[in-house]
Write a protein of this length. Structure first.
Length: 618
């Protein structure tokens, strides 16, 4: 069976192709369109996936959309009726779009697909629809290494569900129970994202990164007023404080009064209040997720847990679930948000509808035992294509084989330089995992501020992740298993930490930023934690080889890894994207497969900072 999965029209549209349950390709539309979180029909992502598979659109046996628009429309209507006459302005804004396009999404999709396939709609493969949380659950369980597991999906909202629990067994997903809109842990977290001045649906990870700088001063205020959490983790929100059900903002005046003022303006001054609020909602979120996970483990009597949905990208909460919920292991879909819904929709049809078999061999837990191939599912470019591009723009470069290149890069990193690293297939999902990364020396105490302010052009408090040799992870961090998708947080080992002086212990908030916390300070957050990516020879041999060479030279089996982009821009996709980003920033070197470019050798380009203005409010 040849199945194309699609997600679109909300945020992070994407496409994925599955052949007989093998994942052939998957990519977000934003990487091609260069519009961050692009929600439009993923024409470029579909085109890439078809090219990678070597198919035409009409070769597909089925095309699957990741949610059911009629059920979502039902939820919108029922919500507006329940809150009438409040929300009339929001109703007037939403309904024309639905009545013109979204209500007739099947026809809209067929027209778009027909243009892409250069054929008439009647010649298209059958078009199918899965439910939103079904797509999430399928993306979590079916690529996982487990033959039986609980599945927990947490996000803002799908059609009705905001939290859902499933039992995954062989090629089936059996729904257990769900919590419905408007009671949503994801929307609660997004409300605080909005209140602290960040952009909803993209700034939630900034809130998570800000949390360790604060104190949990507002936890009781949140639990007493905003959310009623039961011992089993089920919850209800007090909608008197929220505006998202029918309004055009996340929070209302009652919410603002509760927390002592209006939301912080984007780009406004970051105060201790925002840090304390971030810490408080992070703690509440972790506690709810942990209670839910413990309940599921007891109810379903399973050893393993799979997770998806936007809340599953909260890697601090994931780390607590792994350590405290009672499961032997957990597995999180690396594209846990809506982009992963495209893959989940295709897999749901492959396994549940077409009854494909899941395991052809015994379950063997290892870094390569899941089906995501390291999440390297996007485009790859050959050395010939890269050299042709560089020659066309007269960019000076060296071409080196790996035996020459890797030790040279290790020496460059050891000098404190920053490298743009572009190789292999592009990652699927929001994390750069050594395909499209910016890398540096984690021992350098200035590396975090240099990368944030001179290369990423983003907030100084934002932490960076370590990429660590998979076989060495326990030597640096308090974790005993692989974390290949950068979705688990664990503490740096105690023997590597640097104790704070009495004077440093008196510091508050952002004052802690420049205090080295360990022997690898560039990847150690203020609370001694790190968001870990383990790198494995089986899934990314060249990145693994680079870190091995750096370890041989420096004694450190870790590098700093951040996504290859600047603030407000999607991760780079093509060599042209990478070169443009390289020239706009203060990166020192660029590696495009086996081509090495030094910034000092490039032609000077006119100073143009107009592109930054577009992203100031992101």
């Amino acid at each position: 069976m040849k199945i194309l999965g699609i997600s679109a029209y909300y945020h992070d549209s994407a496409a994925a192709i599955v052949r007989d349950c093998d994942i052939i390709a998957a990519a977000q539309e934003e990487r091609f369109s260069r519009k961050k979180h692009d929600a439009r029909f993923p024409v470029n992502a579909i085109d890439y996936c078809l090219q990678e598979a070597g198919w035409k659109l009409t070769d597909c046996d089925r095309i699957v959309f990741y949610e059911k628009p009629l059920i979502k429309f039902e939820r919108l209507l029922e919500t507006y009726l329940a809150y009438a006459p409040r929300g009339f302005r929001s109703f007037l804004k939403a309904m024309p779009v639905w009545l013109k396009e979204k209500l007739y999404l099947k026809s809209v999709l067929k027209k778009e697909l027909a243009k892409l396939g250069d054929c008439k709609t009647r010649n298209l493969p059958p078009l199918m629809f899965t439910e939103h949380h079904q797509s999430h659950a399928a993306s979590a369980f079916f690529p996982s290494p487990f033959d039986r597991a609980a599945v927990l999906c947490l996000d803002g909202v799908g059609e009705w569900a905001t939290t859902s629990v499933w039992l995954g067994q062989d090629n089936q997903l059996i729904p257990q129970w769900q919590i419905d809109f408007p009671h949503s842990l994801g929307l609660l977290y997004s409300a605080f994202t909005y209140y602290t001045g960040f952009k909803v649906n993209s700034g939630e990870y900034k809130l998570m990164g800000l949390a360790p700088y604060g104190e949990p001063k507002y936890v009781d205020r949140i639990l007493d007023n905003l959310i009623d959490v039961k011992p089993d983790g089920s919850f209800r929100l007090n909608m008197e404080y929220f505006n998202y059900a029918t309004g055009l903002t996340m929070t209302n005046e009652k919410f603002h009064k509760l927390f002592g003022g209006a939301p912080r303006k984007p780009e406004g001054e970051m105060t201790q209040k925002e840090m304390d609020i971030a810490r408080s909602i992070q703690q509440v979120t972790e506690d709810v997720v942990l209670r839910l996970a413990k309940t599921i483990q007891q109810e379903l009597d399973v050893n393993y847990l799979c997770m998806a949905g936007g809340v599953a990208l909260n890697c601090v909460a994931n780390g607590r679930v792994l350590r405290e919920a009672g499961f032997e292991d957990i597995w999180i879909q690396p594209a846990a948000g809506d982009a992963g819904g495209a893959l989940g929709a295709a897999l749901s049809v492959a396994y549940q509808y077409d009854k494909q078999s899941r395991f052809a061999m015994p379950f063997l837990p290892s870094p390569k035992s899941d089906q995501m191939q390291g999440s390297y599912l996007g485009p790859k470019f050959s050395d010939a294509e890269i050299r042709q591009y560089l020659d066309s723009i007269n960019a000076p470069y060296q071409y080196l084989n790996d035996a020459e290149l890797m030790p040279k890069l290790a020496e460059i990193l050891d000098r404190g330089c920053v490298i743009g690293w572009f190789q292999g297939r592009m990652e699927f999902g929001p994390r750069a995992l050594g395909g499209r990364s910016i890398i540096g020396d984690p021992r350098n105490p200035k590396m975090q501020s240099v990368m944030n302010l001179k290369i990423k052009y983003r907030e100084s408090f934002r932490p960076f992740a370590p990429s660590v040799l998979g076989e060495r992870v326990a030597d640096y961090f308090e974790i005993d298993r692989p974390s290949p998708y950068m979705l688990l947080v664990a503490d740096v080992r105690k023997n590597l930490r640097i104790p704070m002086t009495k004077e440093q212990q008196q510091l508050f908030g952002i004052e802690k930023l420049n205090v080295p916390r360990s022997q690898i300070p560039a990847v150690t957050h203020v609370d001694y934690s790190a968001r870990i990516q383990t790198v494995h020879e089986e899934t990314n041999p060249r990145y693994h080889n680079l870190i091995r060479h750096f370890e041989a030279r420096s004694g450190c089996g870790v590098v700093v890894n951040t996504s290859f982009n600047v603030r407000g821009e999607p991760i780079v996709c093509t060599p042209e994207d990478a070169y443009r980003c390289f020239m706009r920033t203060e990166m020192d070197y660029l590696v495009l497969e086996n081509c090495l470019l030094a910034k000092t050798e490039q032609k000077a380009v006119p100073k143009d900072e107009s592109w930054k203005m577009e992203f100031e409010l992101d």
